[in-house]
Each structure stands twice: as structure tokens, then as C-alpha cells.
Design a protein around this ligand. Structure first.
Ligand SMILES: Cc1ncc(COP(=O)(O)O)c(C=O)c1O
Length: 455
């Protein structure tokens, strides 16, 4: 009986898959705040040339540099595991598989893109990277990757997470990075928020504004900004997850999965797992592909498809995406990495074209699912990942009711060993469902910029 499938180092994928090449109808271009189409060179103050090329590339397969593969190969391919104990506990005819990204040095899928981003920056002579982080997973991943290439790294961490997850900061320090709670007095964007809301818990949108401002403030051009999700090149780098999973499923004797599930914040672990399978779906395969978001930050289930800023202060280009409005202040839930107002343009377009079936789940159900998963499969998942686990349990129960054998593949995006405060509050009965009121949503959607064509 096979418990898990690894792959040999020589079987590591050597190319990333670019969904932009196959998405019917293509992607809408990013725009500047005055509504004009953004020229790629306008991104060069923030990103190195090779990443800008990947951002706009229509090439289906893109080579992974050897230097990047060498680092990824320390923990990749990640295991694909059959969740037999969970299946038995649920008494389901479904076969459940999870792709375990928690085995990376930072504990999540985030190093899959942190390593190539640091590599390309090193290649063009960047000395320092700035970034934001929600739960701390991305900040720690970029700190690790920066250390690999001798880059300095400055991380702005959403204050509510900074306070709940102090050891993430220590991880970043250990890898040689600095970590500042956001909003901070270090930037104009941070000071503006603090003057109105001195106790602001922060948001990813605010932290992005701070990190972008800090990168632009270095007139020498030696500082760049790095983003851990949302953008096309980040989705691209994560596809190594799904490409490995495809081969591993075959070794389990499975063909195409019936259902693929992953949580979504900005969309990157979901994209990584699902995009290689979306290619098959576009070519005719029948796969139910489910991104799962928190009910308290429901960008793809309740947001609008519109041009919006990627950050709160309005410093980034406008992206065509599902959004709750860039001024949206999510409630301080434990799933810090899922508290983002928008959704990756590629995931948004795939949703708009009917290729995905998004779901939103409240946090009490997610923690309960995570505890069941820990007591069966043993892994204590990140609060973000618990959204995927909750949906898996829903699907497995449905398969039982329908007496249907089916194959469920899900993304275990990260472990929760530094998120135990959330578990402690769950056991103390202090976790509440945070639902988004219609008037709050209306108010933040009113902040949508009036630029670009109506969508
Ligand atoms: C463990 C984990 N899963 C998921 C996410 C959500 O991000 P994304 O949607 O880009 O995968 C995060 C973000 O911080 C995370 O830390």
C-alpha cells in the first residue's frame, strides 16, 4: 500500500508552465492610474528585466535556471501523500491526496518563487529587496532566498500578524533580514494611515504600499521590490507544484483528479497546483477546480471584476481582477495570508471564464477541519491551508452521500507551527466567524478608481 510518492531529483520539472499562453481570450493589460495601458518598462524601477519579461510572456513553457533548480532540489520534489487516515475517519469512498509544500525551509510554497525572484535580482545587480508579508510566510521565504544570493531584505509585516506570530520575525532575522510592523512610521504611506488610525491592525494592501515606497525611495536603483503572490510571474514559478503532482498521481495509478482544491489569498499556491490541470480542462478534461477563500475576505465570491490598485495607497499599476476595493480593511482573522483585497489576474480571468468554482468558508469550520486533519494525518496546517482542508472534508462527505468514488487533490500550502496562537484561541472557544457586511463591502467598492474601460 503506497503512502506517498516522491520523485527522483532528475525528475524535477525543468520548465514552468505559463497559463497566459492558453487562457481563452487572454489577459487584460495592466493600466496606469490615468487609464492608459502600462508599458513594461514602467515596471523597471520595481522589478528586474527577466521578471518583467516573464510577467508579459505568452510563451507556454519557460526554462527554470540551473542555479534556481539547485536550491529548490534541497526540498523538491515535495511529497504527494494519500490521506488514508482522513479518508477512513470520514468513511468516504473518495481518494484524497495532498501535495505537501510545508517541507520547504520557510514552511510553505512561498520559496518556490522567492528563490527565482532573488536569483533574477542578483543577476541584474540588485543589492536590496523590499517586500510585504501577511502571515509572515512570504517574508520568511524571501529572507531565506535573499540569504542564498547575498541580498539585503527589508520586510513590512502586517501588524496584526506581527503581534500574533512573533517567531516569524525571528526567522527573518535569522536569515539576515529586517522586519518592521506595518503600518510603520518609516514611509509616507504608513504615516498617513497611522495619523488617521493609530491602532490600525494593518493589511496586505498597506504593507505593499510601504514596501513599494521603500524600494522607489532608493535613488541608486539598487533596491527592488518583490511580491509574493498576485502577479503573473509569481503564478508561473509556483506551477512546479502542479507539474510534480501530475507525475506523482500517475505513479499512484491515478489519471486526472476529479476535484482540485487549494486556498487563495493572492492566488499563488492555488495557481501552482491547478494551472497545469487547467490546461487539461481547457483541452476538454472534466475537472472541478475549487479555490477557497475566507468568508471575511471574499474577493472572488463577492468582489467585483474591475481595474483596481494592488495596494492601499494607490502606488501600483491597475490590475484587472476580482477585488473588494483597495481600501478594504479585512477583519484581523488568523489566516493572515488570505487577507488581501484582490485576486491574481490569471485566477480572476480563469474564474470569469467559468473554469473555476470558488467557495468561501468561515474560520470556525476551517479550524475544526484543521484539527481533524492534525488528529488523522498528523500535520498541523497553517490557518490559510485550513480553508482547503475544510473544503476537502465537504467534498469527501458529499462523495459519501452520493456513493461516488472520486479523486481529490489538494494543496497543503504550509504548516502552522508558528500559528499556534490561532489554535489556542480555537480550543478556548474564542474564534468567531467574521462575516463581511453588505454596507462595508459597498463602501470599499466605492474606492475603485475610475480609470480604464468598464469591465
Ligand atoms: C501557508 C499559506 N498558504 C496560502 C497563502 C495565500 O497566498 P497565495 O494565495 O498566494 O498562495 C499564504 C500567504 O501568506 C500562506 O502563508
Amino acid at each position: 500500500m503506497r503512502a506517498k510518492v516522491g520523485l527522483k531529483d532528475t525528475q524535477l520539472p525543468r520548465q514552468w508552465y505559463n497559463l497566459a499562453a492558453d487562457l481563452p481570450g487572454g489577459l487584460l493589460p495592466p493600466r496606469t492610474p490615468d487609464g492608459n495601458i502600462l508599458k513594461p518598462e514602467q515596471l523597471s524601477a520595481l522589478f528586474p528585466e527577466p521578471l518583467i519579461e516573464q510577467e508579459i510572456s505568452q510563451q507556454r513553457w519557460i526554462d527554470i535556471p540551473e542555479e534556481v533548480l539547485e536550491i529548490l532540489a534541497r526540498w523538491r520534489p515535495t511529497p504527494l501523500v494519500r490521506a488514508r487516515k482522513l479518508e477512513r475517519a470520514l468513511n468516504t469512498p473518495a481518494r484524497i491526496y495532498y501535495k505537501n509544500e510545508s517541507v520547504s525551509p520557510a514552511g510553505s510554497h512561498k520559496p518556490n518563487t522567492a528563490v527565482p525572484q532573488a536569483y533574477y535580482n542578483k543577476l541584474v545587480g540588485t543589492k536590496r529587496l523590499t517586500t510585504e508579508t501577511g502571515a509572515g510566510q512570504w517574508g520568511s521565504a524571501l529572507s531565506f532566498a535573499s540569504a542564498q544570493f547575498g541580498l539585503e531584505c527589508q520586510v513590512f509585516m502586517v501588524r496584526s500578524s506581527y503581534e500574533k506570530k512573533p517567531y516569524r520575525k525571528v526567522m527573518m532575522q535569522t536569515w539576515g533580514a529586517s522586519c518592521t510592523p506595518s503600518p510603520s512610521p518609516l514611509t509616507r504611506a504608513g504615516r498617513a494611515i497611522l495619523s488617521e488610525h493609530p491602532d490600525s491592525p494593518g493589511s496586505l494592501g498597506i504593507a505593499i504600499s510601504e514596501a513599494v515606497e521603500a524600494a522607489l525611495a532608493d535613488a541608486s536603483g539598487q533596491t527592488h521590490y518583490a511580491l509574493g503572490s498576485v502577479l503573473n510571474h509569481v503564478m508561473l514559478h509556483q506551477t512546479i507544484i502542479g507539474l510534480e503532482a501530475k507525475r506523482q498521481l500517475m505513479q499512484f495509478g491515478e489519471k486526472t483528479p476529479d476535484t482540485i482544491i487549494a486556498c487563495v489569498g493572492g492566488g499563488s499556491n492555488f495557481a501552482g497546483l491547478s494551472f497545469p490541470f487547467i490546461k487539461e480542462k481547457i483541452e476538454g478534461a472534466n475537472i472541478d477546480i475549487v479555490p477557497v477563500e475566507p468568508a471575511s475576505c471574499p474577493s472572488i465570491t463577492r468582489g467585483l471584476f474591475a481595474y483596481d490598485f494592488g495596494d492601499t495607497a494607490g502606488m501600483t499599476p491597475l490590475l484587472a481582477m476580482y477585488t473588494l476595493g483597495h481600501t478594504f480593511m479585512p477583519s484581523p482573522s488568523h489566516a493572515g495570508g488570505l487577507r488581501y483585497h484582490g485576486m491574481a489576474p490569471l485566477v480572476s480571468e480563469a474564474t470569469r471564464r467559468g473554469l473555476l468554482r470558488p467557495e468561501a468558508i468561515s474560520q470556525v469550520e476551517c479550524f475544526s477541519a484543521a484539527v481533524q486533519f492534525a488528529r488523522t494525518e498528523g500535520i498541523i496546517v497553517a490557518p490559510e491551508t485550513s480553508h482547503a482542508v475544510a473544503q476537502v472534508i465537504r467534498e469527501a462527505i458529499r462523495a459519501k452521500e452520493e456513493k461516488r468514488e472520486k479523486v481529490i487533490l489538494f494543496g497543503l500550502s504550509g504548516h502552522g507551527l508558528l500559528d499556534l496562537q490561532g489554535y489556542a484561541e480555537y480550543f478556548a472557544g474564542e474564534i468567531k466567524n467574521l462575516s463581511l457586511q453588505e454596507d462595508e463591502l459597498k463602501q470599499s467598492l466605492a474606492s475603485l478608481p475610475n480609470a480604464g474601460p468598464a469591465l
